[in-house]
Each structure stands twice: as C-alpha cells, then as structure tokens.
Design a binder for this molecule. Structure first.
Ligand code: ARG
Length: 764
C-alpha cells in the first residue's frame, strides 16, 4: 500500500492513538525500506501529526503523491477524450458515405413480380441478396464502417438472370475516408466472388449466390436512395416514361460535382426506352487517379486487379502500384490479362499503358484474347501508368502464383501468349494459343483414315470428302463440346459440322443454323479496283458498296443487314475520316456514278483493338441513318456472315471485288465494278511471305500475282461461295499487301470468322 513513516517499534504511548497505532502496525509490514531514512528525518523535524492533519501528512508523503498525480492525470485524459469524441470526432465522423451499384445474378429467371417492390417475390429475393451483400462487407476490412445495404430494384437485360440495383451506406470518420473509396468498395465485392477458372465463365458465387463478376458496378453517390427529388439530391432521380412517345426531360449538370449521377428510367411494360443525348460537355481532368495495394499470394490463391474505374474507361492520368509476394522462392507471380498483353518497351512510347515490373519497362497493348504475363521472382512490384491521350479501354487481370521451373502443367505446351494449351492441340490446324504459336513448324497434316487415331480437326466435317471411306464426314450433326471447330447453335449446344450456317439443311436441333438466311444470293445466280480483274455484271455482287468521303471514292464495304455495312478500320483511322457526316455509301451500283441508293452514315464503329501500325483488327461497322429501301432488292442484298467455325475449303470459290486501281501505276479508277478470283492461302504460307501475320488476317491471291486487290479496294469484300452453288459468305475484308499484283506477294485481308461475334454483338 502507501508509504508509511512509522517503523515497527515506533509506538506512541497515548490512548487516542491506539487505533492508529494498530493500523500503522499493519501497514508497516509493507513499508519500503528505502523510505526509512527520509521518514526518520521527517519525524525528527515535525511534530507528530494527529487526526486529519496526520492523514494529510500521510497523503503528502512522496509515494502517495505520485499515485495521486497519476490518477488525476488519467481521469483528466479520459474526460478530455470523451469530450473530444462527443464534440469533434463523433460529430465529424458520422458522415454517411453512399454507394450505388448493381450486379447480375445469373441462373435466376426474372419474373414480372420483381418489378413491384411491394410484391412478396421482390421482398423475398431482395432480402436474400441483401443478406449476401451485407455478409460480404461485414466480413471485410471495412466491416466496422459498414452500415447497411438496400436493394432498390430488380430488373433484367438480354444477358438473362436478374439485375440487382442496390445502394449502401458506410459511416466513416473523416480520417478514415480513404478506406471506403469507390474502387475499394467495388473490389471487396468482386474479390468475394469465387469463380471457377477452369470453365472460364464470368459467373462465380458469393455465399451461394451466382453473380456475374463482370457485371459488378459500384459508384460513389451523393445520396442513399432514389426517393428524394427535392433540392440537394439533384444527382439521383427516378423518372417514369408513363406515356409512349411523350418525352421526359432529363437534365444533369456538371456543376453538381465530381460524383456519378444515378437516374432510374422506367417505361411501361412492353416498351423500350430511347435515351437521346442532346448535348454533353467533356471536361478535362487533371487529377490523377492513384491506386496502391499489397498482395500476398498463397499457392493456388488467385485474385483480381483492375484498371482504375473498371469497368468504365481509364482516365488519361493514373498511377497504380501492386506489390505481390509469393510464399515460396520457387513460386513466381502470374498475371492472366483478359484483353491485354505486355510487351518489352521498344523505341516507340507506350500508348496504351506504361508498366514497370521489378525495374523493367513494358508497354501494354489491347488484344481480343487472354494472355499470361509471368514474373519469375518471389516478390514483384508492378507499377502502371495510364498513357492514353484520352480515356482508354479498361483492363482486368487475375493473379496467382506459379511454379517458376515449370510454368505449364505436365503435358501442356507454353504459347508465346503465355497461355498453356494441351500438347495434343499442337499442330491441329487451330489457333489455340491466340497467336498461332502452337501452329508453327508443323508438317502438313496427314490424313489417317483408318480410324486408328483421331482425324486431324482440319478434315473433320468441313463438307469435303477428305477420306475415301468418308470417315471424316460422318456423324457431323452429332453434338460435341464447343470449340473453334464446332458450330454453335442458338440453343448453346454445338455440332461437329463446321459450315452448318445457311447451307439449306437444318443441322441444329433448334434449326437455328437456317435462321436469318436471306443473304449471299446474287442476281443472276450464274457466273460469278482489282488487278487482273474483269467487269462485273449488274446485280452480281449486290452486297458491294462504295464509300465516298467528301465526294471521293475512298473504300469499299459490304452490306450485312438492312442498316449495317462492314468495312476496314483503316478507312476511318485519321481524324477527319472518322466523321460519319462526311461519308456517303453507294449501294446497288455496278457502274460508278449510277448507284441504286445513296445512304448517309449515322455511326462508325472501329474495332476497339484496331492497331494502325500493324493493321491488326482492321474491321469497322457503319450504321446507316436509314435502312436501305427493300424495293432495291435484288440489286441490293446482304452477304452471309460466316459462323466462327466456318472453314474455306478447296471447293470454295473466292472472289475479290472493288472499284480500286487496276495496277500499282494506274492513275484513274475503273467505272465498272471489277472482280477477280483468288485462292485463300494457309496461314503458314502467308507467314512465309510476310513474317508475323496476325491470326486476325488471312492471305489470298494467285502465285503469279496477276489477280489482286489494290488501292481503293480496301474495306471491300472477299466473298467465297459454298460448294455446289451455295450461298456467298464474307470471308475477308480487303486490308493491305506489298504493292499490288506482285508475284508471290498475296493480298492480306481481315479474317471475318474472327470477328463474327463482335459484328453480331453490334448489329443485333
Ligand atoms: N490498303 C489498300 C486500300 O486502302 C488496299 C491494298 C490491298 N493491296 C493488295 N495488294 N491486295 O485500298
């Protein structure tokens, strides 16, 4: 206990003090011997204290004093902290931070009852989803700040399933506001989706709920719900288009600040919403977006990294750092990039993202396929900077650790794209690696028709009898696993017949291979700026279009539907050329100057991965302002789009057509549409001539070079006719070549089968 200034044996004789003496004797047993000296001194200089004054003196003793001061300071600190908490931090920190977002729940059928928030069906579905979202945030690093989530709407889109719209609130002290940044909150939700990398689907599970990871969108917003239309909540609105055709004004002003605005538009059942943007103002943004994260990767643990604002476009300025650490020196870091590749930096600057990976510089490029970038080190510091002049495509990557000494699993082949493909896929005639690196140095496929080993995929069900016993063309409508060599029916199932589309035989169980087949039929259906070509007859190529910029014939194009044309991206590459108002499409012509129809262009869609340097992805779509009049048929008619598996065989007849120059030296353009028959070459042959030709290109020509496309033919069709007077398919788009009509230098075309789904995504 406290200090005591009496020693044992120092007993007062007076009666009064008897009690104290008894007390003292107890306390004395704990006296610190070090205090004996000062105590004696004290005893000598002062009168013996009595009663209160004795207690006072007792308290004033040195040890007591220290304890009292400590206690007082402690109490003061507690009071001060409570006052600060009540008046400053609590007051400041209780500001709500709101987010609105959405995601798609797959494998759930949308029912009309979900449109009514009061319905039993809505409530039970919303409660279930709310539970899941809350579960995610309550288990996250921001659990203490998370308040609640409200499911505001359930809707649907053409991807199926149910689109869930929600908003949520965090209660955040200002000091911690960075912890609930828009990106962080989105990443928490995305990271909680457990996807199965094997089936390559974007649908994974959050606590048993099937969620499409690509659909997750989270935005910071000003308010937490859609029910306020009054001042102070301009940025969140609910608008009903309750009468068809009547316009509902929607005004959003940039002065409302940097947050995203959420407006919910609702139309009557059975009606679509047309949103017309009358004007919008683009503001330059100087503020750089910054993201930093530390990722310790366990073996087999994977996760995702995203470009800033994913899935929205990336800003022109941004800076991200990811630091990876694997648990073992034998494991490196692998990044599976979904639409992007990293290449060592060359003399040119990086236009689509600058990367520094452990002090080595790389440039990013967009591609239409996956690639794997491996860092053969245990820890990796990856720095990324946005380098586009304007907003750029977003990217996403999955990370994992990998075995440095054996990057691919056993029996797998390592592609130059970093992907691993089964060894059996090497030299099977298919581009499994996405850059054809599995198809180089391959000997000619030999036809083993005795059934002893699986037939080379090139020969299977291509409509050509390659084996004398017909083995390659049996059971072709049999369902098979979906791949680049099988035809995908609308139902989603696949059959072995490669060229099932529009061959006048219903091959799919649902007959979908013969739907929308009003295409590829010329008039007359007889014989079928081109080098070595001949004049075409009227109506022979009814899909052929000439494109005129400010009155000058620049390129060709092909009609693929009543209001869409397919052409080459390089026709619209330069600034002025990208303005649709200055272009006119001449349809239904065989002689220049007398078109059946002149159409205005509403929109030009250049492929997002078009590379003007390499001419990779040289494809563009043009939407007409108005559909061409049906009365123009049969002089105007669409060409058939090939299925992605479509194979051009030796029995196909391919022609290139256009009003381009007839030779390299030609000074004038022909007035009659020219046609020339050419042969599609194997990719191996094509590469022998031109070196690294992309998988999105194909070569066609004749060895002597006497028949070829030339300047002015670009964007026009390479049309191939299915054997046996079948329909005409658009197989190539005139793209480039070394000169025109030179021997052993074929023309190079954009390979349309690689763009089939891209085209359908835009035109349907
Ligand atoms: N780039 C050319 C154009 O703009 C087409 C060249 C095709 N050349 C060839 N030899 N096939 O019209």
């Amino acid at each position: 206990m406290g200090s005591e200034c009496k020693e044992s044996g120092d007993v007062d004789s007076s009666q009064q003090d008897a009690a104290s003496v008894a007390d003292v004797s107890v306390e004395v047993s704990t006296v610190d011997h070090t205090l004996k000296k000062p105590c004696r001194k004290y005893r000598r200089t002062r009168r013996k204290p009595k009663g209160l004054s004795r207690l006072w003196a007792h308290l004033l003793s040195v040890q007591h004093l220290a304890v009292i001061i400590t206690a007082v300071v402690f109490v003061l600190v507690v009071i001060l902290w409570s006052v600060l908490w009540v008046f400053i931090f609590r007051h400041e920190g209780n500001s709500g931070v709101y987010f609105a977002g959405m995601f798609r729940v797959a494998n759930v059928e949308f029912i009309p009852e979900y449109r009514q928030a009061e319905s039993h069906e809505f409530v039970s579905m919303a409660t279930k989803i709310q539970h899941v979202v809350s579960g995610v945030y309550k288990m996250s690093s921001v659990a203490r700040l998370y308040k609640h989530t409200i499911i505001s709407d359930l809707s649907t889109n053409n991807k199926g399933g149910v689109l869930v719209h929600f908003w949520m609130v965090f209660e955040v002290p200002h000091l911690k506001s960075v912890a609930v940044c828009e990106e962080c909150v989105g990443i928490i939700l995305r990271d909680s989706v457990h996807t199965n990398l094997k089936n390559r689907s974007s649908v994974g599970y959050i606590l048993g709920l099937p969620v499409d990871i690509d659909s997750i969108l989270v935005n910071a917003v000003q308010r937490s719900d859609y029910s306020f239309n009054a001042a102070g909540s301009q940025c969140i609105d609910k608008l009903y288009a309750s009468l068809p055709v009547v316009k509902v004004p929607l005004n959003i002003f940039s002065s409302w600040g940097g947050v995203r605005c959420h407006v919910k538009l609702t139309a009557m059942p059975g009606f679509l919403i047309r949103l017309t943007v009358a004007s919008f103002q683009i503001e330059p943004s100087d503020s750089a977006s910054v993201c930093v994260s530390h990722i310790a990767s366990q073996p087999h643990v994977t996760g995702q990294i995203y470009s800033p604002f994913h899935p929205s476009l990336m800003p022109p300025h941004c800076f991200c750092t990811w630091i990876f650490q694997t648990p073992d020196a034998a494991l490196g870091v692998a990044l599976l990039l979904h639409n992007y590749v990293l290449k060592p930096k060359d003399m040119k600057g990086c236009e689509h993202g600058w990367w520094r990976v452990n002090e080595v510089i790389f440039c990013g490029t967009y591609v239409g396929h996956e690639s794997v970038f491996r860092i053969a080190e245990r820890s990796a510091e990856v720095e990324f900077r946005c380098t586009s002049q304007s907003a750029a495509q977003p990217f996403r990557a999955s990370y994992s650790s990998y075995n440095i000494s054996q990057p691919c699993p056993e029996n797998h082949f390592l592609c130059s794209t970093g992907l691993c493909v089964d060894k059996s896929r090497r030299c099977d005639g298919l581009d499994d690696c996405q850059d054809e690196s599995d198809e180089v140095f391959c000997s000619r496929p030999n036809k083993k028709c005795d059934g002893s080993s699986p037939l080379h995929p090139l020969f299977v069900c291509n409509g050509e009898m390659d084996c004398a016993n017909g083995l390659d063309e049996t059971n072709c409508t049999q369902e098979t696993s979906c791949s680049a060599v099988s035809y995908r029916c609308r139902s989603g199932s696949c059959i072995r017949k490669k060229n099932a589309r529009c061959d006048d035989v219903a091959d799919c169980q649902d007959g979908s291979d013969e739907h929308d087949c009003a295409c590829g039929l010329p008039v007359p259906p007889g014989s079928p700026r081109i080098v070595g070509g001949t004049d075409s007859e009227e109506g022979e190529w009814p899909w052929q279009v000439s494109l005129h910029f400010s009155g000058h014939l620049i390129c060709g194009a092909s009609v693929v539907s009543s209001d869409w044309l397919v052409s080459a991206a390089h026709c619209f590459g330069k600034d002025r050329l990208s303005d649709p108002r200055r272009w006119r499409a001449h349809l239904g012509a065989s002689t220049q100057g007398s078109p059946g129809h002149v159409a205005e262009i509403q929109r030009i869609v250049v492929h997002e991965y078009y590379d003007p340097q390499t001419l990779d992805y040289d494809v563009a779509l043009l939407r007409l302002k108005r559909a061409w009049p049906a009365s123009l048929g049969p002089l105007v008619a669409p060409v058939c789009l090939p299925g992605a598996s479509h194979a051009v065989t030796a029995r196909h007849r391919c022609w290139v057509t256009g009003w381009g120059h007839r030779s390299e030296e030609d000074k004038s353009l022909p007035s009659v549409l020219q046609k020339a028959q050419v042969s599609v070459m194997s990719q191996t042959e094509c590469k022998k001539t031109y070196g690294p030709v992309s998988p999105h290109m194909l070569c066609a020509g004749v060895p002597s070079g006497e028949r070829d496309a030339c300047r002015g033919d670009s964007g026009g069709p390479l049309s191939c006719r299915a054997p046996g007077r079948g329909r005409w398919f658009l197989i190539g788009i005139v793209s480039w070549g070394a000169g025109c009509g030179r021997p052993h230098l074929p023309g190079v075309y954009a390979r349309v089968t690689k763009f089939t789904s891209w085209i359908y995504d835009h035109i349907s």
